[in-house]
Design a protein around this ligand. Structure first.
Ligand code: AMP
Ligand code: MG
Length: 342
């Protein structure tokens, strides 16, 4: 995919906006981002403002080439280098020590920075033309459902964000996998499951831990930087990715809960929702394909959320590959979450 010629003018506007310290809606293969010049503190501050994002939640820095990585990363340990050689551009974010050039606001005061190279021609063109890394969280208000089309971004922010580049629907559909390389004596630790599966990462760099393994070993604070108030990775510890409609996780094939108009978010199969008492349904992948399901997840949640239901009941995905990221998002979108400090 390349930018259509008729988009060239919009791309020019986007480059000018970033250079002027304003925000741009940017397509990536994971979700749409709200991008700012990562080196411009005022621009980064307006990302937090527009999103109503708490300042303790660090942003991912997006780069288009290795020399930009070197401007933000003080060190790229060997396993991290091996992973990005294989997986970039792609949906995996490395957490490594930061250089002084990265404003503290970007990293929420941490001494580490999260960096990735998005696999989307529009994002790469924007970053290259701006000649600066772009800090970009998902382009939604804090805690809400992530956007996977340009229309979602416009609906969320209206004229507050004056340039939204349209790169089509996001291919991956869930955020990147965030993996920490801060503690050289431990295996790398997945802080947030995402678009690159644990299996695919391990096939490249060998065994990694998930955050529960780091917690059990008592070393979680070392992989995330203890100044982070003991939180592993802020996006992981609170209600997030949430529709306005209450969301309840149910077992596969369960009946609709009593007492209200409920919609079903099914992972796969034939829609038997009506016979189970649901008034609406979405099937993430009729043939049970995890990549297809991930790509449909947030748009399906948005559609159900727009129906004025009293409840969304979500069935889990199989717990491997991209299913881990899908289930993580459903878990955090649900009602009964509590913070899980390390
Ligand atoms: P978002 O941009 O909303 O998809 O969220 C980015 C997420 O990346 C944050 O919420 C954190 O979970 C994670 N992250 C970013 N920077 C760091 C860092 N330096 N250390 C640990 N996690 C980070
Ligand atoms: Mg987000």
């Amino acid at each position: 995919m390349t930018s259509e010629p008729h988009d060239a003018q919009l791309m020019d506007q986007a480059v000018a906006a970033i250079r002027a310290g304003r925000l741009v809606g940017m397509p990536t293969e994971t979700v749409y981002g709200l991008a700012a010049d990562a080196m411009n503190v005022l621009a980064v501050a307006s990302v937090f403002e527009v999103k109503a994002r708490p300042h303790f939640d660090p942003l991912i820095v997006h780069v288009a080439d290795r020399s930009q990585l070197d401007t933000v990363a003080a060190e790229v340990p060997a396993p991290a280098k091996k992973l990005i050689d294989k997986a970039w551009p792609g949906p995996v974010t490395i957490v490594v020590p930061k250089t002084p050039a990265v404003p503290d606001l970007v990293t929420a005061g941490l001494s580490s920075v999260a960096v990735r190279m998005p696999d989307h021609p529009v994002a790469l063109e924007l970053i290259r033309r701006c000649q600066t890394p772009l800090a970009a969280p998902s382009a939604n208000r804090f805690g809400r459902i992530s956007p996977t089309t340009a229309e979602h971004v416009r609906a969320e922010f209206g004229s507050t964000v004056d340039v939204v580049l349209d790169g089509g629907p996001c291919r991956t559909g869930v955020e990147s996998t965030v993996i920490s390389f801060l503690e050289p004596t431990l295996p790398p630790v997945i802080l947030r499951p995402g678009g690159m599966s644990r299996e695919a990462i391990e096939a490249t760099i060998g065994p990694v831990w998930d955050i529960d393994q780091a917690r059990q070993s008592g070393s979680a604070s070392r992989v995330t930087d203890s100044r982070n108030g003991g939180l592993a990775s802020p996006g992981m510890t609170m209600r997030h990715y949430a529709p306005r409609t209450p969301l309840l996780r149910i077992d596969r094939g369960a009946e609709a809960p009593e007492g209200g108009r409920a919609g079903l978010l099914a992972f796969e199969g034939e829609p038997d929702a009506a016979s189970r008492g649901f008034v609406a349904f979405e099937v993430l992948s009729p043939r049970g394909d995890l990549a297809e399901a991930a790509a449909n997840l947030f748009a399906a949640l948005r559609r159900l959320d727009g129906l004025g239901l009293e409840l969304i009941a979500a069935e889990p995905a199989p717990p491997s590959g991209l299913g881990v990221a899908i289930n993580d998002r459903l878990h955090r979108a649900g009602e009964e979450e509590e913070d899980e400090p390390l």
